[in-house]
Design a protein around this ligand. Structure first.
Ligand code: GLA
Length: 381
């Protein structure tokens, strides 16, 4: 990919580009907790977006996307573009400028191998690679945490998804062989070693494109806010679900709809599952960790209601294999991938079983994506 980018850049714009990369992410546990200021446990992966870029002395950006085979000129002083992928790039530039940076025109070529729409945060990878690269070539002096915020606010203000900070944070802070236990309230984090011996992570993509994801995602966020407001009306100092225990929520259950109660209870329990899961990882107890993953899936499916038939089906098959320690839907939901933690010797049997059963049930072959936890955004010399 890097050679391809260098070549395209030379051909289209002339000269040599500087090369940057930012990866997609997985999340082991802690879903829909980030925007509720709870904990998440993501890691960067070995699938990424690569960018070749150089300032062009103008006020527009000339951009070539290898994957879409499209070249476009983007007016950086103009309006939010129509084209979906261009919104991310435009938004990042605007968010950097809002924070005082001088970012001017550039020529660039980008492409990668993060599967699109599979819930591996290809969009965060795109924001992170542009934020990271522009920060370097224009010497803006932003920290990685600033760049994560810039990516998140791009989603809010230019794409229309009120996402949390997990995806951008993982893409920017990832480290080979480690996952990030991130406190989304303070942004303090701890790197947790994750290099299980004799086991591996595998993603199974339902191939269901999560079209509902952004609208339902914003609805979930509002339901959580509704619950917080009710409790905050009685308990001083409560500003997010992070401040609310199950006992506290139960006290005011009568004042909220059943749906709001279930959404809030899920988030509170998911935070606890994550903390227990991290404890298990520290003890090298992957068995217990796997149980927490299944618990997370059940909550997402039954209480938070962001799963779908295809995701539930795969997790159902996983449960029948003793060598699959844990499995759960990953990311926003309504499609995308199931992440499973599998013993090496159970891997082939599990994958074959899922593939044939899924095909028989839905008439489509799910895509199998092997992932390894890798490094976050960086420049490639
Ligand atoms: C999407 C969002 C993240 C996070 C997850 C759910 O990936 O971008 O911020 O909320 O959904 O955990």
């Amino acid at each position: 990919m890097i050679d391809r980018i260098k070549e395209e850049f030379k051909k289209r714009f002339g000269g040599d580009a500087e090369i940057f990369v930012a990866p997609g992410r997985v999340n082991l546990i802690g879903e829909h907790t980030d925007y509720n200021l709870g904990f998440v446990l993501p890691g960067a992966i070995d699938k990424a977006i690569y960018l070749g870029i150089k300032p062009n002395g103008a006020m527009n950006a000339r951009i070539y996307s290898i994957d879409y085979d499209t070249e476009m000129s983007l007016d950086l002083d103009g309006d939010n573009p129509e084209r979906q992928w261009a919104k991310y790039i435009f938004g990042v530039v605007q968010e950097m400028r809002k924070r005082g940076a001088v970012v001017e025109g550039f020529d660039c070529v980008f492409g990668g191998d993060v599967p699109l729409g599979a819930g591996l945060s290809s969009s965060a990878a795109l924001e992170s690679v542009f934020g990271f690269a522009l920060n370097e070539i224009y010497g803006c002096g932003f920290s990685r945490a600033d760049l994560a915020r810039i990516g998140q606010m791009t989603e809010h203000n230019y794409v229309g998804v009120r996402c949390g900070i997990m995806d951008q944070f993982a893409s920017l802070f990832g480290k080979d062989g480690q996952v990030i236990k991130l406190d989304c309230r303070s942004l303090e984090f701890e790197m947790v070693p994750f290099a299980p011996v004799g086991m591996r992570l595998v993603l199974i993509d339902t191939m269901v494109k999560h079209s509902l994801a952004s609208s339902e995602y914003n609805v979930r966020r509002e339901q959580c806010e509704e619950g917080v407001n009710i409790v905050a009306g009685h308990v001083p100092g409560v500003t997010s679900l992070r401040d609310i225990t199950i006992d506290m929520l139960d006290r005011f259950k009568g004042e909220m709809s059943n749906v709001v109660y279930r959404r809030c209870a899920f988030v509170i329990n998911e935070n606890q599952r994550l903390l227990d899961g991290c404890e298990a990882l520290r003890m090298n107890d992957y068995e217990v960790f796997g149980h927490k993953m299944y618990g997370s899936h059940d909550g997402l499916s039954n209480e938070y209601q962001v799963s779908c038939r295809e995701l539930d089906f795969i997790v159902g098959v996983a449960r029948k294999h003793t060598g699959v320690l844990g499995a759960r839907m990953m990311g926003g939901g309504f499609g995308g991938c199931v992440i499973s933690l599998v013993n090496d010797d159970a891997y082939a049997g599990y994958i074959n079983d899922v593939q044939s059963k899924f095909k028989a049930e839905f008439g489509v072959s799910p895509r199998v994506i092997d992932v390894v936890i890798g490094d976050g955004a960086r420049q490639i010399q």
